[in-house]
Design a protein. Structure first.
Length: 229
């Protein structure tokens, strides 16, 4: 069920810009009263999903011809000011909000390197260099901040955001910004679909095994009742 939910969520975000797929890490669980294999003497074990981890590999950069769409080529995350604090994302599908600020799709402002929102003039074209410099009318108005963290220092939140765990220290990322592009999700749709079918089949087999066990128990109870009578 855990694998099924995880794969279903991945497939639901195939078209979400900058989405990073979830994976599972398995370990083996041994019950205290588990039986042993009579032929080998080994304890019987069951697979257990110990934790989920995020696949941070880069997705394909897709051309959009929208000057406010920005993709990160290499390491890095955009810093976004949300009501809950600064959050981070790879989704560079940006727009101007009602205040004229460069913002994510939910209206939260993208932050510049100095930690302030990026104010733009809607009547002027926008140019963004690889280093994040934002230019309008021949002048640099801001520099977009690209941040990265150590592996395992981020946890997923809603709206395609990452939240740093406590004590996580950000540092400047070495990635480059590509204007007019959006990073696609790194979910392999074909692979995930195949795994989803395999898990569904395994689920059906386990369900049939449980039904057979219940039927055997029912017959055993009926036989005992018949002998006792």
């Amino acid at each position: 069920m855990q694998s099924l939910e995880m794969l279903a969520n991945n497939l639901a975000n195939v078209e979400t810009g900058g989405y990073k797929a979830d994976r599972e890490q398995f370990s083996l669980y041994i019950a205290p009263d588990s039986a042993t294999d009579p032929s080998t003497g080994d304890s019987l074990v069951l697979p257990l999903i110990e934790r989920h981890w995020t696949d941070s590999s880069q997705g394909i950069l897709r051309d959009t011809a929208n000057p406010l769409d920005l993709a990160i080529d290499g390491a890095g995350l955009f810093a976004i000011q949300t009501p809950q604090g600064i959050r981070y994302t790879r989704n560079g599908n940006f727009r101007l909000n009602s205040k004229g600020l460069l913002a994510a799709t939910d209206g939260n402002a993208v932050l510049a390197r100095n930690g302030s929102p990026i104010q733009l003039r809607p009547e002027l074209p926008v140019e963004v260099d690889g280093d994040g410099s934002v230019q309008q009318g021949g002048e640099t108005v801001a520099q977009i901040e690209l941040i990265q963290f150590e592996a395992g220092a981020l946890e997923k939140q809603g709206s395609n955001y990452f939240n740093p765990v406590s004590q996580a220290q950000p540092k400047v990322a070495a990635g480059k910004i590509a204007q007019g592009k959006v990073e696609q999700s790194n979910v392999g749709a074909a692979e995930s679909s195949v795994r989803l079918v395999a898990i569904m089949r395994q689920f059906e087999m386990l369900q049939k095994a449980m039904n057979i066990g219940n039927e055997l128990n029912r017959k055993a109870i009926e036989e005992v009742a018949r002998v006792a009578a």
